[in-house]
Design a protein around this ligand. Structure first.
Ligand code: 3PG
Ligand code: MG
Length: 395
């Protein structure tokens, strides 16, 4: 495996897969630039080398060509960050694109239009992959957030660069940080999993049971657990088809000696809104007509105590509906506990769009050890799955 930093790419055409799948508001302003900023080390290295840099990414999940998913919306901002000329190609393949690449001068950057405007990207079409590959001499995958996808630009393309394929600096850094928490973590090792549903998190929960000392579960999925234990959860979100699964996770945790912590109390609301009646109860005694939207003070104390004496912490998924001020407290307090533990020497890794948005909302982003740009990719890595985007570079 050749290291990007050991090479000089002067004059070479370097095709970089980045993950610029970022949120845009209705006026196409960037609402979170983390993923763009995270790609800068790789891009600056290539620009400094005087490579001819061709960037490709997807944005959203368009059905065909849709203006709101055009990467043209981010060209100016990217140019302001890179301080070099960034041009834009209205397609990612075809004659015009080939010409734009030809016209690139050393040290300049060309951003290609959204790969997903072609359905061949997601289907992993070989011809489409080859068309992309033909644009360049070197392939760099720096799109950690998309590395769990076996798409044309994230994995299929790599075979066309048998000697000239590299991990980008972000992708490498992400893997290094995940490895830091997974192989030989300093103990106690605590994982906090939240979010609305068990579906989508079940594999990561199961796989973490093998590794962690403490597993904290919060967020919407906690109500399915409370219901599974025979509680009354009122109108809270419950995945009825996951009740047995929740029970088996509780039993499994016990048999593996993992300290599984579930919320004991809940902040409830008569509606899914910030201006409804708010009420507190035990999580197993939520009155009918109310739904649980956050963990309560007792749960916060219970969780914080465990978090603050942990030495390795992984957090994915909020504790409640932190977007609404009435139900932000649990997520905020858990975030603060993670920061406290980090200050005391713990290694903390936060990932997943919602947890990262929460950490930023409460301005705690500089007080944790590492913030991942991956959501699904981070979960799959934690599940022990081989990421197609990583595998394709190693092969
Ligand atoms: C993400 O944000 O999860 C990645 O960019 C991948 O996008 P996808 O989930 O639409 O494949
Ligand atoms: Mg995703």
């Amino acid at each position: 495996m050749k290291n990007l930093l050991d090479q000089n790419f002067e004059g070479k055409k370097v095709l970089v897969r980045v993950d610029f799948n970022i949120p845009l508001d209705e006026d196409f302003n960037i609402s979170d630039d983390s993923r763009i900023k995270a790609a800068l080390p790789t891009l600056n290295k290539l620009i400094k080398d005087k490579a001819r840099v061709v960037l490709m990414s997807h944005l959203g999940r368009p059905k065909g060509v849709e203006l709101k998913y055009s990467l043209s919306h981010i060209v100016d901002y990217l140019q302001s960050l890179l301080e070099v000329n960034v041009s834009f190609s209205e397609n990612c393949i075809g004659g015009k694109t080939i010409n734009s690449v030809k016209n690139l001068k050393n040290g300049e950057v060309l951003l290609l239009e959204n790969l997903r405007f072609h359905k061949e990207e997601i289907s992993g079409d070989l011809i489409f992959s080859k068309q992309l590959a033909n644009l360049a001499d070197v392939y760099v995958n720096d799109a950690f957030g998309s590395s769990h996808r076996s798409h044309a630009s994230t994995s299929i393309i790599a075979q066309f660069f048998p000697k000239e394929k590299y991990f980008g600096l972000l992708l490498k850094n992400e893997i290094d940080n995940l490895e830091k928490s997974l192989s030989n973590p300093e103990k106690p090792f605590t994982s906090i999993i939240g979010g609305a549903k068990i579906t989508g998190k079940i594999d990561v929960i199961t796989s973490l049971l093998d590794k962690v000392d403490n597993l904290i579960i919060g967020g919407g999925m906690a109500y399915t657990f409370a219901k599974a234990m025979g509680g009354n959860v009122g109108d809270s979100l419950v995945e009825k088809d996951k009740l047995d699964l929740a029970k088996s996770i509780i039993i499994e945790a016990k048999s593996r000696g993992v300290n599984l912590l579930l919320p004991t109390d809940s902040v409830n609301s008569s509606n899914f809104s910030n201006d409804s009646n708010v009420q507190y109860s035990e999580i197993i005694n939520i009155p009918d007509g109310y739904m649980g939207l956050d963990i309560g003070e007792e749960s916060i104390c219970l969780f914080s105590e465990v978090i603050e004496r942990s030495k390795t912490i992984i957090w994915n998924g909020p504790m409640g509906v932190f977007e609404m001020s009435n139900f932000e407290n649990g997520t905020k307090k858990i975030g603060e506990s993670i920061c406290k533990a980090t200050k005391n020497g713990a290694f903390s890794l936060i990932g997943g769009g919602d947890s990262v948005a929460a950490i930023k909302k409460f301005n705690l982003q500089n007080q944790v050890s590492y913030i991942s740009t991956g959501g699904g990719a981070m979960l799959e890595y934690l599940e022990g799955k081989e990421l197609p985007g990583v595998k394709a570079i190693l092969e």
